[in-house]
Design a protein around this ligand. Structure first.
Ligand SMILES: CC(C)(COP(=O)(O)OP(=O)(O)OC[C@H]1O[C@@H](n2cnc3c(N)ncnc32)[C@H](O)[C@@H]1OP(=O)(O)O)[C@@H](O)C(=O)NCCC(=O)NCCS
Length: 172
């Protein structure tokens, strides 16, 4: 396996239509259904980067600011932003489209983290990711401080070791 891959090689686009079985009692998409779709599209992107089985390690805060209505077409785009040792961060962007009304809005953005695992469910090494476009480079650079923040919150990293975070909050 190549030890380096381009960010764009992991890109995935998934399209769904909101059907009655996907909605709450207000006829809007259930939050849990959307998270299920986000998990799937992001897992596929992580698999494409790592060529491995992957498991979801974390999902960063997802806020539901506007409802997605029954009949809307939901497009989920996912791409790996950065690969670490066995884990990778995936950026997901969701848009909802009312095709008859010709209206399309970006509704959600989120970062999920996946870990590549081997046949014994142990984390395994993944290829390095190479960002190319300005957006990919920005996401790549931000991924290190987001990783440190989520590892501190998960109590997997001591706050004093989160060097990238210290630089944001001017703690030195
Ligand atoms: C994720 C998992 C594989 C980590 O295993 P582990 O034995 O703790 O392994 P490690 O401590 O070596 O961590 C492995 C990687 O996971 C990352 N990781 C672990 N917990 C994390 C978290 N909460 N958020 C982000 N990354 C995390 C580590 O930073 C490390 O990344 P790196 O290898 O790139 O440096 C393990 O916790 C697991 O299997 N969890 C369940 C996954 C699952 O079932 N998901 C579906 C949810 S129902």
């Amino acid at each position: 396996m190549s030890s380096k891959k381009f960010a764009k090689e992991s890109a995935v686009i998934m399209t769904e239509m909101v059907l009655p079985n996907d909605t709450n009692t207000l006829n809007n998409l259930m939050g849990g259904k959307l998270m299920h779709w986000m998990d799937i599209v992001a897992a596929i992107a992580a698999q494409k980067h790592s060529n491995s089985i992957v498991v979801t390690a974390s999902a960063d805060n997802i806020s539901f600011q506007q409802p997605i209505a029954l009949g809307n077409v939901v497009t989920l785009k996912a791409q790996v932003t950065r690969a670490f040792n066995s884990s990778m961060e995936v950026f997901i962007e969701v848009t909802a489209e009312d095709i008859p009304a010709n209206k399309k809005v970006m509704t959600h953005r989120a970062f999920f983290t996946f870990v590549a695992v081997n046949e014994n469910n142990k984390p395994s090494r993944i290829p390095e990711l190479i960002p190319e476009t300005p957006e990919e480079i920005e996401n790549y650079e931000g991924a290190l401080r987001r990783r440190q923040l989520r590892l501190v919150l998960a109590k997997r990293m001591k706050p004093e070791d989160a060097v990238e975070l210290k630089s944001i909050f001017n703690l030195d």
